[in-house]
Design a protein around this ligand. Structure first.
Ligand code: DP6
Length: 349
């Protein structure tokens, strides 16, 4: 029996991925860029084993077995990594024939699953990374990111630490749609992220179906596709220059535009709630009071806020959040605090 355990971090996009040009291969309509968060706080931990006696691939998620017979995306990840392993076994007859064995996967998140906290990103990244370790694939992270992308688009960015772009690519077969690291976590250690869990309920509209509905019905999406390339260039420069004001402005504008295209989708998709909107107002008021950018918010497909700010402002921001949103229903009950951090902790035996 061969087995391996890996953890993978969550990434939170500052230029959002929303829309696919190919739903099978998971090819996006625009480039995106994210910050990988410290996996001390939020991570997926995945153990996998391959054994000759296992007649099928099976998954236990947070302790409960899930039926994956129709889970095409997971099967894509198994198929792609197995094909690479099979090629190695054909070349070297002495290798164990792991590619012919079933694989059992046990995965847990140490944070709410499917509540818009990027659990699919860390979960699928952990699975693909674990398969690459198990099969001892001689593959670099960018190439592996093309496989993770086929599990869940945003997962490709969780294979790197620090600041990561997912390049849309031009090829129809997806061969150039991959993640690349813009800068490592050590590049900007003053930047920190605060994750405010406004609600840990499972979201009403999944990212996968939400973005498809947007592509089919939102005229505003065309405008988004027009502005994102300029934003990607400006965001990359802001990160390279450690220019927080530019980073903050672009982050908030992109989050707002993403939620606007959700609202422009027909029927509309609502991910933000009153608390989310309260946090948006609070951050703008805080920035205005100081006459500059002290903090930036961003929201994925859910009501939970991620606030990016220089370390020196974080204490004050946490106090403000606690003051204006005291514990209670639909308030940020858990506040996770995290630096961008280097990625995988590989516990492989
Ligand atoms: C709003 O990666 O979850 O978080 O590719 O269909 O699995 P699929 O979607 P997913 O979408 C993430 C959307 C987002 C923005 C982002 O992370 O860039």
């Amino acid at each position: 029996m061969a087995s391996v355990t890996c953890t993978a971090p969550v990434n939170i996009a500052v230029i959002k991925y929303w829309g696919k040009r190919d739903t099978e291969l998971i090819l996006p309509t625009n480039d995106s860029l994210s910050v990988t968060l410290s996996q001390d706080i939020l991570h997926s931990k995945t153990s996998i084993s391959a054994q000759a006696e296992f007649d099928q691939d099976r998954l236990w998620l947070n302790g409960k077995e899930e039926d994956i017979t129709k889970n095409k995306r997971m099967h894509n990840c198994f198929r792609e990594t197995r094909a690479l392993r099979r090629a190695m076994e054909e070349q070297d007859g002495s290798l164990p024939k792991l590619s012919t064995f079933g694989v059992h996967v046990c995965s847990e998140n140490n944070f709410p699953t499917a509540a818009g906290l990027a659990s699919s990103a860390s979960g699928l990244a952990a699975l693909v990374f674990a398969l690459a370790q198990l099969y001892k694939l001689p593959i670099d992270m960018s190439d592996l990111s093309r496989i993770a992308r086929q599990g869940s688009g945003s997962a490709c960015r969780s294979l790197f630490g620090g600041f990561v772009a997912w390049e849309t690519g031009k090829e129809d077969d997806g061969s150039d749609s991959r993640a690349v690291q813009i800068a490592p976590d050590t590049h900007w250690p003053e930047l920190e992220a605060l994750v405010c869990v406004v609600s840990d309920k499972k979201k009403g509209t999944s990212s996968t179906s939400g973005m498809q509905q947007t592509i089919e019905s939102s005229p505003l999406m065309q405008e988004r596709l027009r502005v994102v390339p300029g934003r990607m260039a400006a965001m990359t420069q802001a990160i390279l220059d450690r220019d927080f004001p530019a980073f903050a402005e672009l982050t908030m504008q992109d989050s707002n535009q993403f939620h606007s295209v959700c609202l422009d989708t027909y029927p509309p998709i609502f991910y933000l709630n009153d608390t989310s909107r309260g946090i948006i107002q609070l951050i703008h008021a805080y920035n205005k009071l100081h006459g500059g950018y002290k903090a930036a918010y961003t929201f994925d497909a859910g009501p939970n806020a991620v606030i990016y700010a220089p370390k020196e402002n974080m204490k004050e921001i946490i106090q403000l959040i606690h003051h204006y949103f005291p514990a209670g229903q639909d308030t940020p009950r858990d506040v996770y605090f995290s630096d961008p951090y280097q990625v995988f902790q590989d516990d492989a035996a």
